[in-house]
Design a protein around this ligand. Structure first.
Ligand code: OAD
Length: 301
């Protein structure tokens, strides 16, 4: 009961300065115990995976291909995919043909978890690099689904991994093998026009516990994911770590913007927090040396 009372009495957190130093001091103070992360494609760029909206990003590539779509986003739209999945698979074959190691930023998430200050990491990425960096599944909300599994868009049947591996190696379109179906198979990533996974919706109430929100490597352009930034308490400090300003964040008293490369910024943050944070960060990143994401690794094409 006393604990419950102290919860209500808690004084809202205030940053001593609205910069990275202020964020570091807040984390180092030990008062910050429920950090929420919102991540996007920018955190995987150093691993060699392009983001969507930057110059040279996926949407630029799609514009150059001159595909018959109104906007490049359309190839990630379910209705368009059902009409013609070719451009999607061409892109998949270019994207996930290689192997990718987690970045320092992914290891920073793991460090927060190890330090027991991470509430949850909400990611829009489907590259599995958070897992490879060692983040446990209970801390990870893959809001835009996963490449791990796949289903037929017509009959809903689960399809085997070999088919998808073959599609990614060759760019061919996988088709459902169920008798009389022949529908297009799609990895279980969330496309525009599809609902987000149940785990996303079930975890929304826990955002109210957040005492620091870190928004990193995302343009925050896609709802409903982008709405999360407004579901943390108004008093919760929010820090944007991104190459460019992010729409919709910056107007609250405790908002901080740190523009630049995320790997450099998280290293600086670890240095500023002090103690052995930077050494631990480096050690965790070193652990990822042999760990690379290879699409359907071990599955023959
Ligand atoms: P975007 O490409 O929209 O945004 C990536 C952001 O990361 C940009 O603002 C970049 O400036 C920034 N960035 C790039 N490299 C960085 C670096 N090294 N350090 C810091 N920041 C960096 O990607 P997302 O926001 O993830 O959804 O895109 C969200 C969703 O849009 C995707 O999940 C996908 C897409 O359409 C669906 O397909 C449903």
């Amino acid at each position: 009961m006393g604990q419950l009372f102290s919860w209500f009495k808690r004084t809202p957190p205030r940053l001593q300065s609205k910069d990275l130093e202020g964020v570091a001091a807040y984390i180092a103070s030990g008062r910050c115990k429920n950090i929420v992360i919102m991540a996007g494609a920018g955190i995987s760029r150093a691993a060699g995976i392009p983001d969507f909206r930057s110059q040279g990003g996926l949407y630029d590539v799609l514009r150059k291909w001159n595909i018959d779509v109104r906007r490049p986003e359309d190839i990630f739209t379910l209705s368009r995919f059902k009409e013609d999945p070719k451009p999607f698979y061409k892109l998949m074959s270019q994207l996930y043909g290689g192997s990718y190691r987690p970045t320092l930023t992914h290891s920073f998430f793991r460090l927060l978890d190890k330090r027991r200050v991470l509430n949850a990491c909400w990611t829009q990425n489907v590259d599995n690099l958070e897992c490879l960096a060692g983040l446990p599944a209970r801390r990870l909300i893959e809001a835009h689904g996963t490449l791990d599994s796949q289903h037929c868009t017509s009959c809903g049947a689960k399809c085997d991994d070999r088919k998808m591996k073959h599609a990614v190696v060759t760019g061919d379109i996988p088709v459902c093998e169920k008798k009389g179906c022949g529908g297009f198979v799609k990895p279980d990533v969330v496309m525009f026009g599809e609902s987000l996974p149940l785990k996303f919706w079930l975890n929304l109430p826990f955002l109210k516990r957040a005492d620091l929100l870190i928004i990193v490597g995302t343009s925050l352009a896609v709802p409903p994911f982008s709405f999360i930034a407004n579901w943390v308490p108004t008093s919760c400090p929010r820090v944007v770590i991104n190459m460019e300003p992010v729409w919709g964040v910056g107007g609250r008293a405790n908002d901080v913007e740190v523009l630049g490369d995320c790997d450099e910024t998280v290293r600086r943050l670890a240095q500023l927090i002090g103690a052995d944070w930077e050494a631990q960060l480096d050690a965790l990143w070193k652990e990822t040396e042999g760990k690379v994401f290879q699409y359907k690794e071990g599955v023959p094409a």
